[in-house]
Design a binder for this molecule. Structure first.
Ligand SMILES: C[C@@](O)(CCOP(=O)(O)O)CC(=O)O
Ligand code: SF4
Length: 401
């Protein structure tokens, strides 16, 4: 891989040990994947924040790093709500370690808002064609597919290295030729909201890491695309997809129809709603917001919970910035007894491990909760999730049933 004189000097340790390690990681990746050199990036999004996933070894590594990031960089969800961690019964020991992780990142100049939807935040702009080094898989999928920016699915250490250098290795989804669809997915029936998460769950398993081109009957909105991409990245390893007539590259570029085709039938999606129902008949916990809820999703949840009371735990995850921007919706949701929780999620928080059966409206959470939280997971729409939390015969706050 070609390195400039300046990059050679950094690799030789002349700019300090932190940058030497950072460039060593990027050069190693670049050599493995055949990069021609390093390219500048606009921003980094760094996963590997929750103490539940990175543990003491991760904390130690980050704490030893020196210097400041060269581009805007932001964190993925941590293991707890950083302002109100006691609410989900996080242990003081865990909270202590989690705070040290956040402080270590902060010292490097990283924005310590912990979210997997950084593209909704003010001042963290991403545009078509931007090169990025992002690592959370749903954020990577959204940036590549829905925005038309360019990022590989970085690991936590490589995203952090890229942030410290302001550069990443030029391979994979940074290159035009790897962004071309390889398999066509035909869905011959119309889809609605949670159907996109179910579709992503099914398609991810079928396509692995290939780039799919969808032909759908309707044009999905941004939240539906977010759910589709998140699920495909979790059940498979899809980091980029296109939707005919909807996503930017499918609209701007004249893609040839891939030779390989798959048709999805309605009953494949119905199976996702039905599956695991036997093992998880009585959800004890209901969670929304994987990926973190958008403004529109907070609004929908508030509308559905208005003047109702939950009889089961209902946790709704979003970014702190959106929760602050929409206090009215947060108030309506919390009046029902549900909790709006920031900086974390049902997958990376140890709080979910206290339950054995969890209901979700996310194909990604459906894929990850069993393995990462040791709980059964069952799938439903946001309406069904809220109905489950409220209880079908629950008295409305106003009095009537
Ligand atoms: C589950 C996930 O969304 C978040 C957990 O990753 P981490 O703890 O931030 O490394 C990771 C991913 O899918 O990229
Ligand atoms: S909410 Fe979902 S998408 Fe976001 S970090 Fe957690 S698991 Fe990943």
């Amino acid at each position: 891989m070609y390195l400039t004189k300046e990059e050679e000097r950094i690799l030789n340790g002349e700019a300090g040990e932190t940058l030497r390690q950072a460039i060593e990681i990027l050069v190693a990746l670049g050599d493995i994947y055949g990069a021609d050199g390093l390219i500048p990036i606009k921003s980094a999004q760094i996963a590997g924040v929750s103490y539940k996933t990175i543990g003491d070894a991760g904390l130690e590594w980050i704490s030893d790093l020196q210097g400041r990031v060269k581009v805007p960089a932001i964190l993925n969800p941590a293991g707890m709500d950083l302002e109100d961690w006691e609410r989900l019964r996080i242990s003081p020991d865990f909270a202590e370690k989690q705070k040290l992780i956040i402080q270590a990142y902060e010292k490097l100049g990283i924005r310590c808002e912990c979210t997997c939807t950084p593209y909704t935040l003010v001042g963290f702009d991403v545009s078509y064609g931007d090169h990025l080094a992002w690592s959370e898989s749903s954020a990577v999928s959204y940036a590549n597919s829905v925005i038309g920016a360019r990022t590989n699915r970085e690991g936590g250490p490589s995203a952090l290295s890229a942030a410290l250098l302001g550069k990443t290795a030029n391979y994979g989804f940074h290159l035009d030729e790897n962004r071309v669809p390889k398999i066509s997915i035909d869905v011959g029936f119309s889809l609605n909201r949670s159907d996109y998460g179910a579709l992503g769950y099914v398609v991810g398993k079928l396509v692995g890491s290939r780039v799919p081109l969808f032909h759908l009957r309707n044009i999905p909105d941004a939240d539906e695309l977010k759910s589709l991409g998140a699920a495909m990245a979790a059940s498979g390893a899809v980091a980029l997809y296109h939707v005919n007539g909807a996503t930017p590259e499918a609209c701007r570029l004249d893609f040839e129809e891939p030779a390989e085709k798959i048709t999805i039938e309605r009953n494949q999606l119905d199976d996702i709603y039905e599956s695991r129902r036997k093992a998880c008949r009585e959800p004890e916990l209901i969670t929304l917001g994987c990926p973190h809820c958008s403004a529109a999703e907070l609004e929908q949840a508030a509308e559905l919970l208005k003047e109702k009371k939950v009889s089961k735990e209902l946790w709704i995850f979003t970014s702190r910035e959106l929760a602050k921007r929409y206090p009215e919706q947060v108030r309506t949701i919390e009046k029902s007894g549900a909790k709006v929780i920031c900086d974390t999620c049902m997958v990376v928080s140890p709080a979910t491990n206290n339950y054995s059966c969890v209901m979700v409206n996310s194909g990604k959470a459906l894929a990850y909760v069993p393995g990462m939280c040791r709980a059964e997971a069952v799938y439903g729409s946001m309406e069904a999730c809220i109905e489950e939390a409220v209880g079908r015969t629950e008295k409305k706050a106003g009095g009537s049933y």
